[in-house]
Write a protein that binds this ligand. Structure first.
Ligand code: NAD
Length: 292
């Protein structure tokens, strides 16, 4: 079944997801604060809207792929948000937003009979292009069933629970691990380099050993050893995810001793290289500290 869908936030992740929905035959209405982000999608047949509210005037199901929780909140329940649109019935939030924001939005949207499915994703720009993301979804079962075939365009769906925000907690747990492994793998490889070891050989050995992770299996070979430092995820967004994870853990009374150290290293990376730097550049930052 082809549908009229809305999509807000057509950046690194959003744009390839919109392309996949268009290729599956759906009609898309899109909005992004940057015109240049929507232009290539308009060229492919999407319709441009000038606000989230306008998107929600056209589509029953609206997707978000937005950077910060404040953006998600504003575009959902702000004056120009989807809450004031005429047709929207389900918001699918693909962003990493954090549970408290999801819950506030959920309660407010419910007053206008709009359900939220929070469906954060993992797998990066490459996964968004290929449709091989892990999609973690939670929310009202009827709403989730309604959007299930659409989410299948993005990758493998994992239903995390029936309460909004549960999938956000799942995603934060995953990204704490991702943030930790990239930071600590960088420290481990730099130590070896200072002792005269070959970084390429180190990664080969680690990937045949117990220290391997997605950092050593994909980020090092593709973006760090090549010194391209263009993996497609901003340092500021990685720091945001760790911050949200720590806030969630604090509210639950769950320990985050390693997590606190991980947050500190991402905070100083962000301060030094700027929030828009690629997160694989954490290696470059630590390299400077190591005086290599
Ligand atoms: P991005 O910055 O490339 O894209 C976000 C887009 O939203 C941009 O085009 C920006 O112009 C637009 N935008 C910002 N504020 C807006 C607003 N108020 N209204 C409308 N448009 C607005 O970010 P991204 O890397 O695509 O990430 C999007 C979300 O997905 C984030 O929550 C991120 O944490 C998450 N995520 C990213 C990746 C990744 O590898 N890049 C992977 C998994 C999850």
């Amino acid at each position: 079944m082809t549908e009229n869908l809305g999509f807000i936030g057509t950046g690194k992740m959003g744009a390839p997801m919109v392309r996949r929905l268009i290729d599956a035959g759906h009609a898309l209405t899109v909005y992004d604060i940057r015109d240049e982000a929507v232009a290539p999608l308009i060229a492919r047949g999407a319709t441009k809207a000038s606000s989230s509210r306008e998107v929600a005037d056209h589509a029953e199901i609206v997707f978000f792929s937005l950077p910060e929780p404040e953006d998600v909140r504003g575009e959902a329940i702000g004056a120009h948000g989807i809450i004031n649109g005429e047709r929207a019935k389900i918001l699918v939030d693909l962003s990493t937003t954090g549970r408290p924001t999801t819950l506030v939005i959920s309660e407010t949207l419910a007053q206008n009979q709009i359900a939220i499915v929070d469906a954060p994703v993992s797998g990066g720009v490459a996964g968004a292009n290929k449709g091989t993301l892990a999609v973690m979804a939670s929310g009202d079962p009827a709403a989730l069933e309604r959007v299930r075939p659409l989410l299948a365009n993005f990758g493998r769906l994992f239903v995390i629970g029936e309460r909004p925000g549960m999938a956000q907690v799942m995603k934060l747990a995953n990204n704490l691990l991702s943030a930790t492994s990239l930071a600590v793998a960088s420290e481990a490889v730099l130590m070896g380099m200072k002792a005269g070891l070959d970084p390429e050989l180190m990664i080969e050995v680690i990937n045949a050993s117990t220290g391997r992770s997605s950092a050593t299996e994909t980020k090092f070979p593709q973006a760090i050893l090549t010194r391209r430092f263009a993996y497609g995820f901003a340092t500021g967004l990685m720091h945001k995810d760790v911050r949200l994870c720590l806030e969630e853990a604090r509210s639950l009374g769950s320990p985050m001793t390693v997590g606190e150290a991980v947050r500190a290293i991402w905070q100083s990376t962000m301060r030094e290289l700027g929030p828009d730097s690629d997160y694989t550049e954490i290696f470059r930052y630590l390299e400077q500290i190591a005086s290599l």
